[in-house]
Design a protein around this ligand. Structure first.
Ligand SMILES: Nc1ncnc2c1ncn2[C@@H]1O[C@H](COP(=O)(O)OP(=O)(O)OP(=O)(O)O)[C@@H](O)[C@H]1O
Ligand SMILES: [Mg+2]
Length: 392
């Protein structure tokens, strides 16, 4: 077991104008489960390949424990990798597939047998050891690939979207199994996914990347509660945080005006975003869908914590009603790439849609004009020029 330290790790592929990985600094502690997440092409696999020694960096260093391994061959790094395409040997039994790394290393036969049995028990594969992989389900095959990785008892696991070939239900099952196995083995793990739910449920910490650049690394809870910028704010959470251009006013009591509606900001939001206390003028206001409720269901609403708007569209999901409120305010869209943050190309009278997660007890229907109660103690504020959180 060991920590992994990345210092200024960069990669510019031959013939490429810009870096696929741009000065990544990251410390993953011994036994930690770190998830690397971000949209397609943001450099996740590149980072993993550099750590595993499958690609050479253009700059920066990789340390495993105290040791600088930047120039080490992949096989000398004491790392095991599991990829999306798990490439089992079809003509070999499950036993031999799992045992393969030990057979290569010329480990004693009795020892191999003991370790394969133990790994098979951990992964619930004992009953399949004599079968060929072709007769296994997707999830079972994925576990065989895991078995082949963990049998060597490496210092570090690298996993690149290992569940993306599985159907949705199996993915949910396997993600908790992998998380449990990792905790039991206590091996430092770096796990790549583009799925924010997978990231949030599996990681001790989650590192979010965009265009080769690390945006934020934090616990799932901190990412959700204190996103560093509008990109992280809209990447984490489903449906994503609503982002609107708004303006701040007031000195002691602070207000935020969103189109033709004004909210009074609760002290908790000012504490979380101290940058707003001295700030007046334009901001990007963030409101999570789960922080908006039908005001008719909240007996203690005040004037400063409600907005009134028409329901443009309502989706009933059983446990929730997803309500799309038409607001006379300019919506901010954050795309995968920094240049995608564009102003909505709509006239000044057109507005945006604010998604709210209403309780199914709400009687509101599509086309109704409703009062919605906003949790003003959980508002988020960002700089409209940079997208950075006003939390300093
Ligand atoms: N061998 C290569 N040669 C040139 N460019 C590459 C190479 N591999 C990756 N890239 C580029 O580097 C960028 C990052 O790619 P990478 O595979 O790391 O992204 P990713 O985050 O893993 O995406 P995905 O979620 O789609 O797997 C992309 O723009 C990609 O086109
Ligand atoms: Mg990838």
């Amino acid at each position: 077991m060991a920590s992994v330290t990345l210092q200024g790790l960069s990669k510019v592929y031959d013939g490429s104008a810009k870096p696929s990985l741009d000065h990544l600094d990251l410390e993953i502690s011994d036994g930690e489960f770190l998830v690397l997440v971000g949209p397609s092409g943001c450099g996740k696999s590149t980072a993993l390949k550099l750590i595993g020694g499958l690609e050479d960096p253009s700059g920066g260093d990789v340390f495993i424990g105290e040791q600088r391994v930047t120039d080490f061959e992949s096989r000398d790094r004491d790392i095991a990798m599991v990829f999306q395409s798990y490439a089992l040997y079809p003509h070999m039994s499950v036993f031999d597939n799992i045992a393969f790394p030990l057979q290569i290393a010329k480990v004693d036969k009795a020892e191999i047998s003991k370790r394969v049995q133990s790994v098979a028990e951990t992964l619930h594969l004992t009953a399949f050891l004599n079968q060929r992989p072709g007769r296994l389900s997707g999830g079972q095959r994925q576990r065989v690939a895991m078995g082949r990785a963990i049998i060597r008892q490496p210092s570090v696991f690298l996993m690149d979207e290992p569940l993306s070939n599985l159907d949705a239900k199996l993915r949910v099952k396997m993600r908790s199994e992998i998380a449990q196995i990792q905790r039991r083995l206590d091996v430092t793990t770096i796990y790549v996914t583009h799925d924010q739910v997978e990231a949030m449920t599996m990681g001790d910490r989650v590192a979010i990347m965009r265009e080769g650049v690390l945006q934020q690394v934090a616990t799932p809870d901190d990412l959700y509660r204190k996103p560093a910028n509008t990109f992280v704010a809209s990447f984490i959470g489903s449906p994503p945080m609503n982002l609107f251009r708004a303006s701040l006013s007031g000195t002691g009591d602070k207000q935020v005006t969103l189109g033709d509606q004004t909210l009074t900001i609760a002290p908790e939001s000012i504490e979380a975003y101290p940058g707003i206390s001295a700030h007046t003028g334009e901001v990007v206001l963030g409101i999570r869908p789960e922080d908006i409720e039908d005001a008719d269901l909240s007996p203690d609403t005040r004037a400063g914590d409600t907005i009134t708007a028409e329901i443009a569209h309502l989706e009933s999901l059983g446990a929730d009603h997803m309500v799309h409120l038409a607001l006379e305010a300019e919506q901010v869209h954050v795309g995968d790439q920094p240049q995608d943050q564009v102003e909505t190309p709509l006239g000044p009278t057109s507005g945006g849609l604010c998604i709210c997660r209403f309780s199914p007890r709400s009687k509101a229907r599509s086309g109704d004009r409703v009062r919605a109660r906003i949790a003003t103690d959980n508002l988020h504020f960002f700089d409209p020029a940079t997208g950075g959180a006003l939390n300093q």
